[in-house]
Design a protein around this ligand. Structure first.
Ligand SMILES: NC(=O)c1ccc[n+]([C@@H]2O[C@H](COP(=O)([O-])OP(=O)(O)OC[C@H]3O[C@@H](n4cnc5c(N)ncnc54)[C@H](OP(=O)(O)O)[C@@H]3O)[C@@H](O)[C@H]2O)c1
Length: 256
């Protein structure tokens, strides 16, 4: 069971996958959860599971791509529970995208979904948390793909890298004023969404295991969390190699 108790926690993107499982793992801690997504029935099911396990839960159907809707979510969470102690910005997606097939619109959409949604929530959350006596934690489900340009995931890698950089700058500015930032970098996770996308997934881990890593990061609040270790070590090693060699290895891994 997660050790986080009696906190108000906003999870953006919690109707399925990692976000839904994090909500379920935080539920026994008698927390107050605000969960968002677009699919109302799936979100309602997660809310029921959270309540059954012992936490309050406010499900809000909202499109994270809409800045107004994101601001309304933050305002609704604060108005219902008085503060937002922890926010996990988890909505995102990284479909298979070859650079000789993508359109400009495809790349812009992936940027909006993996970077824009962070901005849409970061700004109102910062305003809210600066008003709160104890500040708060803003965490983001990034990806190991955000650490280097991965083949077939170029637009996704770029968007996650942008989000990491933005939160790194926000941490330097805002930590002295009580807002902490944690960027979480999972490797491949066996969620339903990516089960049939055709991408190779070395060292893939289960949704439950990924969510345990995420809840641990929410407890310990490191600036960056990386998992699982074999994928993290592989990415770190690739980054130290000369570009021709890392490109060769990445090409082989992506087109196995
Ligand atoms: N699975 C992996 O291998 C993996 C690896 C590294 C990082 N990640 C990251 O982990 C996060 C969660 O992904 P997942 O694999 O758990 O996928 P998932 O099951 O598709 O979960 C994504 C969640 O985000 C929500 N979402 C998507 N677009 C949204 C929008 N416009 N507005 C509001 N909510 C939205 C989805 O709900 P609705 O569709 O109902 O809106 C869903 O609840 C993503 O940021 C992803 O990039 C995943």
């Amino acid at each position: 069971m997660a050790r986080i108790t009696d906190r108000t926690i906003l999870i953006v993107g919690a109707s399925s996958g990692i976000g839904a499982e994090v909500a379920r793992q935080l539920a026994p801690g008698k927390n107050r959860l605000v969960i968002t997504a677009r699919r109302a029935p799936e979100l309602a099911r997660v809310a029921e599971q959270v309540r059954a396990a012992g936490s309050h839960c406010l499900p809000l159907t909202a499109d994270a791509l809409d800045p107004r809707a994101a601001a309304d979510v933050v305002a609704a969470a604060a108005s219902e529970f008085g503060a937002v102690d922890i926010a996990l910005l988890n909505a995102g997606d990284g479909p298979d995208m070859a650079m000789d097939e993508v359109s400009v619109a495809d790349v812009s959409h992936i940027m909006a979904l993996n970077y824009g949604v962070v901005v849409n929530h970061l700004v109102p959350l910062t305003e809210q948390m600066l008003r709160q006596q104890n500040g708060g934690l803003i965490a983001h489900t990034n990806s190991l793909a955000g650490l280097m340009g991965l083949p077939r995931q170029g637009p996704y890698s770029a968007a996650k890298a942008a989000a990491r950089t933005l939160l790194d700058a926000a941490r330097v500015e805002l930590e002295p004023r009580g807002i902490r930032f944690t960027t979480i970098h999972p490797g491949f996770v066996a969620t339903e969404r990516i089960s049939e996308d055709g991408l190779p997934k070395p060292f893939e881990i289960s949704e439950e295991r990924a969510a345990r890593h995420v809840t641990r990061a929410l407890e310990r609040e490191p600036a960056h969390a990386y998992f699982p270790w074999p994928t993290a070590a592989l990415v770190r090693t690739l980054r130290t190699l000369p570009t021709p060699l890392s490109s060769l290895i990445l090409r082989k891994l992506a087109y196995r």
